[in-house]
Design a binder for this molecule. Structure first.
Ligand code: NI
Length: 178
């Protein structure tokens, strides 16, 4: 996949790149390293704690997480799998840089396991709970074409209908401009 990091910018719901299944990363090369740098910049500029490649406009299976929103804590997850390790849920308010203006309760598993490859090509597995588990499930959703706009329940959709409508109108305007 050709990646022009200069063109990478935050994508907003309902952009197409956020709605499709992302493709596996075939090789960890310079373009992937540059993409991760760019994604880190975008995430920190927007004060996020996680960002998936489709949110930078690139449909690849890769995301980053930094739970304290610092550059030092950024971790990279390439071709990750995230699976629940409990059947217990909780429902906590979430936001998403790609769904600006909406904070809404989302049901997630309390615990999960992530297996992924890091930027050096090493595979790792971790057990997660709390905010970390929530963040991993949120970012993994992005690789499967799902956002909090799709996950929120019907009451939340009604509560946030104005902002959802505004995002759809902005998207239409941007598509026309391109
Ligand atoms: Ni998000």
């Amino acid at each position: 996949m050709q990646i022009d990091v200069e063109k990478c910018k935050i994508t907003h719901y309902p952009a197409e790149v956020l709605a499709g299944r992302a493709q596996p990363v075939k090789e960890i090369d310079d373009s992937i390293r540059k993409l991760v740098e760019k994604m880190t910049d975008i995430m920190l500029e927007n004060k996020g704690i996680g960002l998936a490649a489709p949110q930078a406009g690139i449909p690849l299976r890769l995301f980053i997480v930094s739970l304290d929103a610092t550059r030092e804590s950024v971790r990279v997850y390439i071709n990750p799998t995230v699976t629940a390790t409990t059947r217990e849920f909780d429902s906590v308010e979430e936001g998403c840089l790609s769904v600006p203006g909406i904070y809404t309760k989302i049901r997630r598993y309390k615990k999960c396991r992530v297996t992924a490859t890091d930027l050096d090509g090493n595979e790792f597995t971790e057990e997660a709970e709390g905010l970390y588990a929530r963040c991993l499930q949120h970012e993994y959703d992005h690789l499967e074409g799902m956002t909090i706009a799709g996950r929120m329940n019907s009451a939340a959709k009604i509560a946030h209908r104005k902002q959802l409508k505004k995002l759809k109108e902005n998207h239409k305007r941007n598509v026309k401009r391109e």
